[in-house]
Design a protein around this ligand. Structure first.
Ligand SMILES: Nc1ncnc2c1ncn2[C@@H]1O[C@H](COP(=O)(O)OP(=O)(O)O)[C@@H](O)[C@H]1O
Ligand SMILES: O=c1ccn([C@@H]2O[C@H](COP(=O)(O)OP(=O)(O)O)[C@@H](O)[C@H]2O)c(=O)[nH]1
Length: 436
């Protein structure tokens, strides 16, 4: 579930002097804006968020528009949201206008709140957040208020000269597309955006894209980078022409509709299945992409970086590889299973998580320091008698028995479930045996 923090805490106390404090300096002006009434926390699956970073004119907006058309992401441009706020003549419009005209950054809570509203008004769960976060304060505010982190961060790397040329030719009548403001924006970008880029580089989420070249060439790199982490696009299947994009996206939607919507009202919608190991491997390109991601994550974990659960969940989605079942690269089976486990647990799919845990146990994979607390949590959330039931229903009496004997306080329900399982399996002697 993705969640939001209950309140917006002022940024002023964390700020330092100099340009770095410009957000905080204007905080008072925005205070009332950010104290709007809270909207109840939505009950939704964690969204798949991609931050799209890059200097002014690096081509973020152009590429995001293409991703929307081709793969159905929802494009949330922070700059567009702010310009919309100005156009709506809201009480804060004129202050936002002044900030943009000077090439400075609008206080984090204002932008985050606009992003939040935009995300909540969308039915989609795949977002490209363009031109945000522009500072560490932006990033921290997003994490605190929205309560989640991006799965992927893309950085469009473009030389300054090229950016200036593009912005001056943009011709959209923007108040900030003039040489003075561009200089200021580039200065601010250098000072405040690099720490964000470095942060995501350290967490292994950052993918740098060379933003010089034709729009189509860059798009291919952009889409490939997103597909490395997400399960939304298969690298091997990535189409090239515009018509192919549309057909591909249409097909994806149809497939998704088939797997998610019940055929009739009596039919139970399909539940995520625990992974089946070592089924048919996917195409070579996908194997390489998976290997690269796993290597990155493995290295980060080895270095002690705490990989966030959203990434684990994304990895799990990727590993599920839909119709092919799950394919695990050699030597990383344990790691992948743990990721999958954490993905399940984080999504609240405790039954699946526990089923996978027992599979891991059978494979001789011990939970590590990240997984173990989640195993305990899943046990607590699920109640062990339900596990006995799950196994009994699947006809796996050996596992059911194992769980049953692991539970210290066996209650009436667990005794009954175990007994019924034995009876159902025709194991009368074993059924009697549990009373000894
Ligand atoms: N690869 C490219 N080569 C040349 N011009 C480009 C390229 N990508 C975008 N542009 C143009 O550069 C300008 C800035 O692009 P835009 O997507 O608005 O950048 P950003 O959102 O990063 O500020 C636009 O006029 C756009 O048409
Ligand atoms: O998260 C954001 C995004 C944008 N802006 C302001 O909006 C301007 C335009 O941003 P946009 O992303 O639209 O343009 P780009 O910099 O990509 O050309 C920036 O210079 C900032 O003044 C901001 O304050 N916070």
């Amino acid at each position: 579930m993705w969640r939001r923090a209950a309140s917006l805490s002022p940024l002023a106390s964390r700020s330092k002097p100099s340009k770095l404090c410009q957000e905080a300096c204007t905080f008072k002006v925005w205070e009332s804006f950010s104290s709007e009434s809270e909207i109840p926390t939505p009950s939704r699956v964690a969204p798949y968020i991609t931050f799209v970073l890059g200097g002014p004119g690096s081509g973020k907006g152009t590429q995001c528009a293409k991703m929307v058309e081709a793969f159905g992401f929802t494009h949330v441009s922070a700059g567009d949201l702010l310009r919309r706020e100005i156009a709506s003549n809201s009480a804060y419009g004129s202050v936002i206008l002044g900030t943009i005209r000077e090439g400075r950054i609008v206080p984090s809570q204002v932008t985050v709140q606009l992003i939040q509203k935009e995300m909540e008004s969308s039915d989609n769960d795949k977002f490209l957040i363009d031109g945000f976060p522009r500072s560490e304060q932006n990033r921290e505010a997003f994490e605190r208020i929205i309560g989640t982190e991006p799965s992927v961060v893309l950085f469009f790397d473009c030389p300054e000269q090229e950016m200036v040329k593009r912005v001056l030719n943009r011709n959209q009548g923007r108040v900030d597309d003039n040489i003075e403001t561009i200089k200021k924006r580039l200065e601010i970008f250098d000072e405040l955006n690099w720490p964000v880029i470095n942060h995501y580089s350290k967490t292994g989420k950052l993918h740098k894209i060379n933003a010089v070249g034709t729009v189509d060439d860059i798009f291919e790199k952009f889409a490939n980078n997103i597909s490395k982490i997400g399960d939304h696009i298969s690298l091997a299947k990535l189409p090239h022409s515009k018509t192919e994009h549309l057909l591909f996206f249409q097909k994806q939607k149809e497939q998704e509709a088939e797997t998610t919507s019940p055929k009739s009202e009596h039919q139970i919608p399909p539940q995520p299945q625990p992974p089946t190991l070592f089924t048919k491997p996917p195409a070579q390109t996908k194997i390489q992409a998976l290997d690269a991601v796993l290597k990155d994550l493995g290295t980060s974990i080895d270095k002690g970086v705490n990989i966030d659960t959203q990434t684990f969940a994304s990895l799990w989605n990727m590993l599920a590889a839909r119709s092919n079942g799950v394919w695990l690269p050699e030597g990383r089976a344990g790691f992948c299973m743990e990721c999958a486990y954490l993905g399940y647990a984080e999504l609240g799919l405790y039954e699946d998580a526990m089923a996978l845990y027992f599979q891991m146990e059978e494979e001789g994979i011990e939970p590590d320091r990240f997984t173990f607390p989640q195993v305990l949590k899943a046990f607590g959330e699920l109640g062990s008698f339900r596990l006995v039931g799950i196994y009994a229903k699947c006809g796996d009496i050996v596992k059911a028995r194992k769980v049953f004997y692991k539970v210290a306080n066996r209650d009436k329900v667990s005794w009954n479930t175990m007994l019924t399982s034995y009876m159902r399996g025709g194991l009368l002697l074993q059924a009697l045996d549990i009373f000894r």
